[in-house]
Design a protein around this ligand. Structure first.
Ligand SMILES: [Zn+2]
Length: 93
């Protein structure tokens, strides 16, 4: 692929004269590769990387039977129930 505009113009000329085939011609103007204008500062770079590694507090709900705080969609470890239904055998029974 040609690197300079002069090389493109030379290839254009040869294509028009049918010296070479058209697929060898490459137009620089159609290139749409994004090129950063400024170097990203270390602060902005670190802010971007830190956004994916933040810890968030776990969602806690209370058991419907004994009101003990539990994780949602889990069997209560205190009374052994899930949605008020006995799932696990506990010492009380
Ligand atoms: Zn419970």
């Amino acid at each position: 692929m040609p690197s300079s505009r002069a090389a493109v113009r030379a290839l254009d000329f040869l294509v028009q004269k049918h010296e070479i085939c058209a697929p060898f011609h490459f137009d620089v103007k159609e290139s749409t590769v994004g090129v950063p204008k400024k170097r990203t500062s270390s602060q902005k770079r670190d802010q971007r990387r830190a956004a994916n590694s933040r810890y968030e507090a776990a969602n806690v709900v209370s058991c419907q039977k004994c009101r003990e705080p539990i994780l949602p969609h889990t069997v209560c470890s205190n009374c052994g129930t899930y949605k008020k239904r006995a799932i696990l055998a506990t010492a009380e029974e």
